[in-house]
Design a protein around this ligand. Structure first.
Ligand SMILES: C[S@@+](CC[C@H](N)C(=O)[O-])C[C@H]1O[C@@H](n2cnc3c(N)ncnc32)[C@H](O)[C@@H]1O
Length: 257
């Protein structure tokens, strides 16, 4: 018995030492928990950081991308005091700082193929302040802008918001011929959307833009997908492969609506 107890102690000390060494080695590795990546699945929701999603997509593999950052700017700027349930749901979403938005745009440029399009959603605040610093050093060129008339009046300290803006960026080489196939899209687009997410974007407009700028078999990316309106748009077009992610699942957004 005594020998067994002694052996037991010896074993547990050995295991403890191995464990301590493993912890020390792990602590010395330059690996963050958030960089432990799970391969993203196409045509579905991926609950992960959009930056981790993009890191796993190959250079030049996508024909089009949508990016709708979780801005804090306009909310901070307008200083809403009377937050109703939709504003509370919005405030609960993870905001992105300027450096994070820049990192997304830089990686979206890498993932897009030459002449691929990035559709960047802007609120009123960023439209006026400008977003050019985010594009510095990239091959993105400003080629168009579409204003979305939401058909529904929102919040505002002075005028009440009824629109958002979609900046159309194209990766070098910039050209429309043979790339942009639909020349009947108006630059003011009216579409009323459901309330399944605090920031859901118009599916029909995004469907029209996907059909105009991609072909069958092409990849479309949305690294901050929210309600997955771009996935819905891809499904309506058909034949496109979608890669999208969000830190939270779409069902959480539905519950908060
Ligand atoms: C403005 S909403 C997108 C709405 C979306 N375009 C739609 O139509 O529903 C921005 C989303 O970014 C998500 N988000 C914030 N930080 C993120 C990150 N690092 N990676 C992925 N998603 C992120 C938020 O959870 C939020 O759902």
């Amino acid at each position: 018995m005594a020998t067994n107890k002694l052996e037991g102690t010896k074993v547990s000390l050995t295991v403890g030492a191995v464990f301590d060494r493993a912890v020390a080695q792990a602590a010395a590795l330059p690996v963050r928990l958030s960089s432990v990546t799970i391969p993203p699945k196409p045509d579905t929701a991926n609950i992960m950081s959009g930056l981790d999603l993009l890191a796993q997509l190959e250079d030049g593999s996508a024909a089009a991308a949508f990016f709708d950052p979780q801005y804090r700017g306009v909310l901070d700027h307008l200083g809403y005091g009377n937050e109703r349930s939709r504003q509370k749901a919005r405030a609960a979403l993870a905001p992105m700082d300027e450096a994070t938005i820049g990192a997304f745009i830089s990686d979206l440029e890498r993932v897009l193929r030459p002449s691929g399009h990035l559709f960047l959603w802007l609120d009123k605040y960023h439209l006026v302040e400008g977003v050019l610093p985010w594009l510095a050093g990239t091959q993105f060129n400003k080629v168009d802008m579409i204003t979305w008339d939401k058909g529904r009046v929102g919040m505002g300290c002075r005028s009440r918001r009824k629109s958002e803006h979609l900046l159309v960026l194209q990766k070098t080489p910039t050209r429309a011929k043979g790339i942009w196939l639909d020349h009947c899209i108006p630059d003011v687009w009216r579409e009323v959307v459901g309330r399944d997410h605090a920031h859901t974007k118009p599916v029909e407009l995004q469907r029209t833009l996907i059909a105009a700028t991609t072909r069958s078999g092409d990849v479309v990316v949305d690294p901050a997908a929210g309600s997955y309106s771009v996935l819905k748009a891809c499904r309506q077009v058909g034949g496109r492969r979608f890669y999208g992610a969000d830190l939270v699942g779409p069902e959480i957004d539905q519950a908060a609506a």
